[in-house]
Design a protein around this ligand. Sequence first.
Ligand code: NAP
Ligand code: G4F
Length: 337
Amino acid sequence: MGKTALVTGVTGQDGSYLAELLLAKGYTVHGIVRRSSTFNTERIDHIYQGPQASRRTFVLHHADLTDGVALVNLLREVRPDEIYNLGAQSHVRVSFDAPLYTGDVTGLSALRLLEAVRASGSGARVYQASSSEMFGAAPPPQNERTPFHPRSPYGCAKVFGYWATVNYREAYGMYAVNGILFNHESPRRGETFVTRKITRAVARIKAGLQDRLYLGNLDAVRDWGYAPEYVEAMWRMLQRDEPDDYVVATGEAATVRQFVETAFAHADLDWSRYVRYDPKYERPSEVDALIGDASKARELLGWQPHVRVAGLAEIMVDADIRQVADQLAGATVRIDR
Ligand code: NAP
Ligand code: G4F
């Protein structure tokens, strides 16, 4: 019998890649989808199995991370071996506009889920999607021993989720781990994160659909990796004998400006003709530089990244160019795989 996994945030970038990975490994995957007035399953439509399918290995459930009772009921029903808590209000800039909501969904929900595991008597292993944003103002390179100094309500909420996970491990002997992932991107990245905003604009400018791209701080330094490789690290963390916390990163630094240059150059465009500054995209407090040291993941998980920032920008530009071409041809727009 294959294992059973429960994935919160299955409709998001990471959730969709993780579901594919687990299905390929023979898991039965249960995903939590929150109710929306418009379709929010675009990233997983290609693996969806309807309720009438003869043998379902991918099952979706309506629930919400803010509903602790629904989580307990779901855990009693699904009885997962592994839980991946990827659901979150994950946008840092938005967390300044909706700080309490972000604290609830991104922070308190991690505790809600851990408590639901306890209340349901589940012995499931738990992965918590922690973030390099917790390091905030701590100077790079950052690793598992770097003190946290969050710079946003999102970062504060993730610090809460991180410590709740450590606490349930220590207090109840739960198999609960934190993956401290640095920025990771893909053609499935949400359109308002900076990489995707840039690559989507490149494709639209190339096609004559847009003539300006407004951005905020071009000097911020990030360590950008490729999302499909990062979900592999999540899975590896739950296969170890002992639970532990791991940084996942490429160790390679680039500024937003460098990402812009690479993305525009890949489409033979001169970025300075199109990119303009808008202070609206600045944050009240910025995280200047995140560069990860993932030696522990390399040594203990045998994990290492292969796609680097320049290759990542090219993958994303190519995918957005294909998507715009589909739109212009009136074809069904497919999420790039
Ligand atoms: P994402 O694309 O924004 O996906 C977030 C997911 O959470 C979506 O499925 C979303 O549902 C769901 N969600 C939001 N609010 C919810 C609620 N109240 N109840 C249930 N589900 C809810 O994020 P991602 O990039 O895949 O990231 C996955 C996780 O890793 C997040 O926790 C994020 O904070 C964390 N993380 C991401 C990165 C990164 O660089 N990508 C780095 C470090 C940590 P809808 O589709 O309906 O919106
Ligand atoms: O793409 P971003 O919005 O990602 P950010 O803030 O680093 O957060 C992402 O990575 C975290 C891991 O470190 C995750 F936990 C989190 O969930 C999310 O996935 O912004 C990257 C940088 C920032 O410094 C921002 O100020 O780009 C800068 N930036 C400049 N102009 C912009 C823009 N960011 C956005 N979103 N939009 C702009 O127009």
